[in-house]
Structure formats: C-alpha cells, structure tokens
Design a protein around this ligand. Structure first.
Ligand SMILES: Cc1cc2nc3c(=O)[nH]c(=O)nc-3n(C[C@H](O)[C@H](O)[C@H](O)COP(=O)(O)O)c2cc1C
Length: 193
C-alpha cells in the first residue's frame, strides 16, 4: 500500500476473526518496531507475544475489572457499552514493555520520558507494518498495568507502553474525523486557529 494511504487506512479494530497471525507476520511486525528511533539508540523496548487462550482470558478479566473501576468512579457513560470480549478472540496480543531508565540524556533537563516516547514510536511502526500485511490492530491500555505485569511475569523495573491487539478484522471501522493540522509559523500564535 502507498505510504500516505497506509497511514490513513490504519484503523483501531475492536473485533477480530480467529485466523491466527503467522510466525512470519509476527516477526515482520516485531522487526518494524525494532527500527523505531530511540534515545542513544538504546532500543529500550521488548515484546511479549500472547497467543495462549488462557493468558488472553486473564487479560480480558483484568480489562473487565478496569472497566468496572471506571464505572464505579462515575466515569463516562459510554464505558458501560465498551465490549471486552474481543480481547479473548484476538489472535495475537503484543505487549510492548520498556525500560524507563533507558531514556537517554533527557532526564538531565526535564525530559524523563525518552523510553516511553521510543516505545510509542515502536508501536506506531508495528501497527503500520501490521496494516501493510493486511492485518488490523488496536493500541489497548484499558487495564491496570500492575495486574498485567503480574499475569505476564514482567519484572518490576519494566513498564508497559500498551497491549497491541493484532489480527484479521471482523468489522469495518469508520475513520474517526481528524481536525486540520494546527501548524504555527516560527512561533506559537494563539490567534492562528
Ligand atoms: C496511548 C493510546 C491508548 C489507547 N488505548 C485504547 C484502549 O484502551 N481501548 C481502545 O479501544 N482504544 C484505545 N486507543 C485507540 C484510540 O481510541 C484510537 O486511536 C482513536 O480513537 C483514533 O482512532 P483510529 O486509531 O481508528 O484512527 C488508544 C490509543 C492510544 C494512542
């Protein structure tokens, strides 16, 4: 697919077919992630590829619990309708973890998020690669990170940037509208838009 079309066609998917993601597709997506920029080229991210139905069921369970927490705290009404069953159905959940201590020199001058920024670039690369392979994806964060760390035995010192659902879509998601880009010239101009 042509690159600018690929960017626009990538869509968050919340319903998947049960067709497995092949090992070749998984490796191709992981390699695309690995080519993300990172502070001092430290490549602070690693991936956990979850395909085991029992583990997926546990992730679905903690997501339902997170949803209930939002409902109990009087969160937005739409949350009640947010479906969670697609998690168990999703053929591949790629959990992207990162080492916050590998953020380059930014921590010396009030930029402490270098590793998370890099993991985020990594996720975008992976989602675009998945799209190019004919797969859809979702950057999913609707869970308590401590609960997911415990399910996946993630060491205390590593953090989670997202659980990326990947698979063949079972829905045709409409593109949420984008506003025109806010581009300021030379310096910030509050009246420009
Ligand atoms: C950091 C981050 C976290 C997100 N977490 C969730 C999530 O937990 N559940 C979900 O359904 N979508 C999640 N999304 C997806 C956004 O809702 C989605 O990207 C946005 O609505 C635009 O839609 P599009 O991706 O189809 O263009 C997340 C996106 C980002 C960047």
């Amino acid at each position: 697919m042509e690159f600018s079309e690929l960017i626009k066609k990538r869509r968050s998917c919340r319903a998947f077919q049960n067709t497995p993601v092949t090992e070749e597709q998984l490796q191709s997506i992981a390699k695309a992630g690995q080519w993300a920029p990172s502070p001092l080229n430290e490549q602070p991210f690693q991936f956990i590829a979850v395909t085991d139905p029992g583990v997926k069921a546990q992730i679905q369970k903690i997501s339902i619990e997170a949803k209930q927490t939002v409902i109990n705290k009087n969160g937005p009404a739409w949350v009640e309708k947010y479906p969670m069953n697609f998690i168990g159905d999703c053929p591949l959940i790629l959990v992207v973890i990162y080492d916050a201590d590998k953020g380059g020199l930014g921590s010396y001058f009030e930029q402490p998020h270098g590793a998370l920024q890099s993991a985020s670039a990594c996720i975008q690369n992976m989602m675009l690669q998945a799209k190019d392979l004919g797969l859809d994806s979702l950057w999913f964060t609707f869970f308590n990170p401590s609960a997911l760390k415990s399910i996946l035995d993630i060491p205390e010192e590593l953090d989670i940037a997202g659980a990326i659902m990947v698979g063949t879509p079972a829905m045709n998601a409409k593109a949420p509208k984008r506003r025109p880009p806010m581009v300021h010239r030379d310096r910030f101009n509050a009246e420009a838009h």
